[in-house]
Design a protein around this ligand. Structure first.
Ligand SMILES: [Zn+2]
Ligand SMILES: [Zn+2]
Length: 286
């Protein structure tokens, strides 16, 4: 028997003890799996307990074929019950919801399988198999899962590393002098930032060592073992303003005009590309 259980990222990070419920087939406790209200089970008189009957078919005059079929009196069970158990109606099993404990250790990998021995469907006719639980990561939900308002809820996990996208304004990316406090999955704060004059290029990748996922280890965090962590990988996105107050636009323009004449770089000239259109017979396609 296999089930999937979805766990939020923070439980993979911090470790968590929870429980889940599952409906399964169980041996009826009322009749102890006999199906009988008074405990009495009789051997079927039609098949003498074999569960099968031999039937003769006449194929042609004098020619018979013997066929073995399931006994229709006892349904192939070989036994009959006069007073059926009121709980399972004689079927010997019932469906019940069962609660299982689930312990998620720090850094447990996605897709990990946990085996509950002999916890699959029960029957008086067989030994119950194992229940196998596969852990999957639950999609982050802003309203339900983030009462602590941790940014970490929206980290993406790849193996032992965590990924985060951070937005910077044009001024921040270019001139520096900014800081961000990211709230990690256990509530501790990771600071990002630059001093004045430190530029961040768009799509720059920054690696914050040790701020990723805990690496799972059988000894956990104990006297035998100290938990190691992967990295937090931050990618920066720069947002340019698409609207500016008129006065501000004028100021910026004037400033550019002043400084580009002195120190400006002409990327068109430096690129080595021809300065005028060639080819196309001099026609401009636009
Ligand atoms: Zn029978
Ligand atoms: Zn019963």
């Amino acid at each position: 028997m296999e089930v999937r259980v979805s766990i939020p990222l923070k439980d993979f990070y911090n470790g968590h003890s929870t429980e889940f419920q599952l409906e399964k087939q169980m041996i009826c406790e009322e009749c102890e799996g006999t199906g009988s209200a008074d405990g009495q089970v009789d051997t079927c008189h039609a098949c003498h307990g074999h569960g099968v009957q031999i039937k003769k078919h006449q194929l042609a005059p004098g020619i018979f074929q013997q066929v073995q079929v399931a006994c229709d009196h006892c349904g192939g069970q070989g036994k009959t019950i006069k007073h059926k158990c009121p709980v399972c109606a004689g079927s010997r099993v019932v469906r019940k919801v069962q609660t299982h404990q689930l312990v998620i250790e720090r850094g447990t990998p996605k897709g990990k399988r946990i085996v509950y021995e002999n916890e699959a469907d029960e029957s008086p006719d067989w030994v119950a198999g194992d229940l196998q639980v596969t852990l999957t990561e639950k999609e982050a939900n802003l309203e339900e899962d983030n009462e602590l308002k941790v940014d970490g809820t929206f980290f993406r996990r790849k193996g032992d590393h965590l990924y985060w996208k951070e937005l910077l304004s044009l001024r921040e990316a270019w001139m520096g002098d900014w800081s961000r406090n990211l709230t990690h999955l256990d509530g501790h704060v990771v600071q990002l930032g630059r001093k004045r004059g430190e530029t961040v290029q768009p799509n720059h990748i920054e690696r914050v060592a040790g701020e990723g996922m805990p690496k799972w280890h059988e000894d956990g965090d104990s006297v035998y073992h100290t938990t190691q962590f992967g990295d937090l990988i931050v990618e920066y996105f720069v947002v340019l303003p698409d609207q500016m107050e008129k006065g501000m636009e004028k100021d910026f323009w004037a400033m550019w005009e002043k400084w580009r004449k002195k120190h400006g770089v002409d990327l068109q000239k430096d690129s080595g590309r021809p300065a005028v259109n060639v080819g196309n017979g001099g026609k401009d396609e636009l």
